[in-house]
Design a protein around this ligand. Sequence first.
Ligand SMILES: [Zn+2]
Length: 258
Amino acid sequence: MTDTLTPLLALSRNLGEPHHDYVILGEGNTSARIDADRFWVKASGVSLVGITGDGFVQVDTSKILAFLDEDLSDTAIKDRLTAAVIAGSGRPSVETALHALALTLGGARFVGHTHPTAVNAVLCSRQAEQAVSGRLFPDEIVVCGPAPLFIPYIDPGLPLARAVREGIERHIRQYGEPPRVILMQNHGLVALGQTAEAVEQITAMMVKTARILLGTYALGGPQFLSPEAVARIHTRPDEHYRRGRLQSNTGSTRGNDE
Ligand SMILES: [Zn+2]
C-alpha cells in the first residue's frame, strides 16, 4: 500500500457512509494521483462503503487521456480501459477519463465523484442551471471556490469527458484557476481537492449548499451574492487564512466552526 492509497481508502469509505446519503450500491468513484504518469481509481462495480485496496486499480494516465480524441465504440473503450491498468484486478470505472482530466488539467491530487440525493434534487430539476448559477454564502465560496463548473446533460463516457475537458479549460480562462466542483446535470457531483480531506470538505459543503438552495425555493428562490461580493470573499487574505486552516485540519469535515 502506498502513501496515496491510504488516504484514498479513508476518503472513499467516508464518502460511502450511508448516513451522508452521497451514494448507494456501487454508485460513485474516487481517485488519487500517484505521479505524473499514474493514478489510482476505483474499479467498476465496487461499493465505496467499506472498500479495501483490492477495490482500486492503478492506471496509466497518458493511455486514458489518449482515447479522449479517438472515436471509439463502447466495447473499444472498455478494452482500452483494461489495457491502461498497471496494477490491481478489476476494470477501471467508465468514469476513469473524467478522473484523469480532474487529476491533470483540473490540478487535483484527490477526486471524489458522488451522486448525493440533495445535490441531485437540484441537478435533476427543471431549474438546475439557473439554481447553481450564483453563490449563496461565504463558506460556500471559501470551500468550493468562486463558481462550480456546470455541465449540461450529455451521454456518459467519452462525450461527457470531452465536455468536462472543454469546461475545465473555459473555467480556467474565466477564473484563473480550475474548478473545485463539477456539477453534471441529471448525474452528480465531482469534488477536486489537493488532499483527501479537502475532497470530503468540498463534498459536504456542496451538499449543504444544495439543501439551502432547495430551501430558498420555498421562500421565493435564491438571493445570490453579487459577483463583487463573491470575488471579494474569494480573494480576501483572511479567507485565504481560513482556507489554509481548513485544509490543514485533517480531523474531519465537521471541523469548520466559523
Ligand atoms: Zn456518476
